[in-house]
Design a protein around this ligand. Structure first.
Ligand SMILES: [Zn+2]
Length: 330
């Protein structure tokens, strides 16, 4: 007798073979039989009525980092059939935090205004998630934005030697705590302030743990080829697997995907482990702040507000936003 029997399902088992009709027998939380189980008993039975039963989906790009600490059920993932999610994308992750203040990057702080942040590093964050209960399997990258803010704030400048060492140590700590790799968000302050060398040095740390480098690239319009080239360069110079997140050329580069994919294919033929993904719909979404020129965000939100209050600087921000906003691509 099974603990649970799912009857009359269309089974897609993930092997690539076409769907077939069948039942699933489960004991102690594990699938122990698949096929025609019509004559078996079970403590509980579910009639799938011909709906699809398949292994859970893996969502390799989510931003649940802070919301999952508020509500661990992850219902928005589970109701889509997602049972494993990878967080910490686009340079923003739950940890490390600076002074227990989460780095939001492109995330909307209003969504987590009820959140009390009581962790600095991932081990403390993971303990909190486990104590609350988590609806999906979760994995995370460490955000470059978190690391830079924790080490040197929102300053628009290269790191000093001490700050660079601090960043390396934070990346090492995150990897030791279980992060899968480093993500950068080069369109979200302080991401744009990082130069290639900084990203390479941090990715080398990730490489020593067998981790990967992923990037929300610096530009998705006129300079998208250079921006993809930067990810390839980090992968090559740090000898790590590199991945371009949601490659989606914006106007006037619509249609350039063919060339970009050819570049990536060529690198793969040369033996480089480089890949990309795409958003499966025709729009993107991001924050209003990412439309602003990066210099306006130098020093953080309070510095931005000071600049906006000064009429001359505000006008300059306005002019640059019209230019930069169109380039950022979202
Ligand atoms: Zn992104």
């Amino acid at each position: 007798m099974y603990d649970l029997l799912v009857r009359n399902a269309r089974l897609l088992d993930g092997s690539g073979q076409p769907a077939f009709k069948g039942d699933i027998g489960i004991e102690e939380g594990r699938i122990v039989a698949i096929g025609d189980l019509a004559n078996t008993d079970a403590r509980h039975a579910i009639d799938a009525q011909g709906h699809i039963a398949s292994p859970g989906f893996i969502d390799s790009h989510t931003h649940s980092d802070l919301t999952i600490a508020l509500d661990g059920r992850a219902l928005s993932s589970l109701t889509q059939g997602i049972t494993t999610q990878v967080m910490g994308n686009c340079g923003v992750s739950a940890a490390p935090t600076r002074d227990l203040e989460p780095y939001h990057g492109p995330l909307d702080p209003a969504m987590t205004r009820d959140l009390t942040c009581d962790w600095t590093h991932f081990d403390e964050y993971f303990q909190r998630l486990e104590a609350n209960g988590v609806g999906t399997n979760t994995a995370t990258l460490v955000g470059h934005g978190n690391v830079r803010v924790a080490a040197m704030g929102y300053d628009d400048r290269p790191p000093t030697t001490t700050e660079m060492e601090r960043m390396k140590a934070l990346v090492g700590r995150a990897m030791a705590d279980g992060a899968l790799g480093l993500s950068s968000g080069l369109a979200y302050a302080p991401g744009p302030y990082a130069e290639l060398e900084e990203l390479v040095e941090l990715s080398k740390i990730v490489g020593t743990y067998g981790g990967i480098y992923t990037s929300h690239i610096r530009n998705q319009t006129e300079s998208i080829a250079e921006a993809v080239g930067e990810v390839i360069a980090v992968g090559e110079q740090a000898s790590v697997t590199a991945h371009v997140s949601h490659m989606q050329p914006g106007s006037p580069m619509l249609g350039s995907t063919r060339d970009l994919l050819a570049t990536i294919d060529q690198k793969r033929r040369e033996g480089r482990d480089i890949s990309c993904d795409a958003i499966p719909y025709t729009i993107g979404s991001t924050t209003l702040k990412s439309l602003l020129p990066p210099w306006a965000l130098d020093g953080g939100d309070e510095a931005l507000i000071r600049r906006l209050k000064d009429s001359e600087t505000r006008e300059k921000i306005k002019q640059d936003t019209l230019q930069h906003g169109a380039e950022s691509g979202g």
